[in-house]
Design a protein. Structure first.
Length: 267
């Protein structure tokens, strides 16, 4: 996982605008993947690029899985640990493609909007290494065909939409078999992108009203910007993002894919 992306995911502004589940589809999308994978209680799951740990908590508390959560950012892992309460999750600071686990450790790996931020062939090879034969990869990510989304000008919005380095059409189908995976189920979740951008727009409107009518000091609320362009985005940028996203989903050049892929059984 790229450290700068983890820093964005852990920023107070990102949590304010997007919530604590930092990918399209949110926790309902996570639950759908876990249900579809039919992983029995007690199985071991790795949440790679776990961010603030909300998906890891769902996997542990609702599905009875033994969960490890890893993220490239130590401060983000510390926040995840503090938020986890009594959930029995083991947390580590680690980056793909260099995971601190033995071969054949996990029954499942959850990768939500994280493989798009790394060297994908190397990351998939590493995921296959830590999975047991017959284990499953639960993957969800953005697929885009050269969509000029203006969110690239604002790192928080770009990261929220998983647009930092989206998959190309056909890339999953090419790279997963090369790494020893067989895709068994796949869903088009593109509508969840629209839900996410609508949530960002609504929350921004509330923040702006609070700043204008109540004199809210946004800097004290969200802290300093990570980068000069990472503060509260202007309304024009948000509207451009929403219009572009709607058009791109309508014409099929932008989508959100969720899938389950089984690791090769070499036994």
């Amino acid at each position: 996982m790229v450290a700068c992306c983890s820093t964005v995911y852990g920023s107070p502004l990102a949590e304010l605008l997007v919530g604590d589940s930092f990918h399209p589809g949110g926790l309902e999308g996570t639950r759908d993947l876990l249900r579809s994978a039919r992983i029995g209680p007690g199985a071991r799951l790795l949440d790679v690029g776990c961010g603030l740990g909300t998906s890891a908590q769902v996997a542990a508390t609702e599905f009875g899985l033994r969960v490890d959560g890893v993220d490239a950012s130590g401060p983000v892992i510390e926040r995840a640990m503090a938020r986890a309460g009594d959930a029995r999750i083991r947390w580590s600071t680690a980056s793909l493609p260099d995971l601190p686990f033995h071969d054949d450790t996990f029954n499942a790996v959850l990768a939500e909007c994280v493989l798009s931020t790394v060297d994908r062939p190397a990351a998939l090879t590493e995921v296959a290494r830590v999975l047991r034969p017959g284990g499953v990869l639960l993957l969800s990510d953005i697929v885009a065909a050269g969509v000029p989304i203006p969110a690239f000008d604002h790192r928080v919005i770009g990261a929220a939409l998983c647009l930092t380095d989206a998959w190309h059409p056909g890339e999953m189908e090419a790279l997963l078999p090369d790494a020893g995976f067989r895709i068994t189920e796949r869903w088009d979740r593109s509508a969840s992108i629209l839900t996410l951008v609508g949530r960002v727009e609504a929350r921004l409107a509330v923040v702006r009203l609070a700043a204008r009518d109540l004199g809210l000091d946004l800097t004290s609320l969200i802290g300093p910007a990570i980068h000069g362009s990472d503060g509260i985005p202007p309304e024009e940028l948000v509207r451009d993002v929403i219009d572009t996203v709607h058009a791109a989903i309508a014409d099929g050049t932008l989508g959100y894919t969720a899938l389950i892929a089984v690791a090769a059984d070499t036994a």
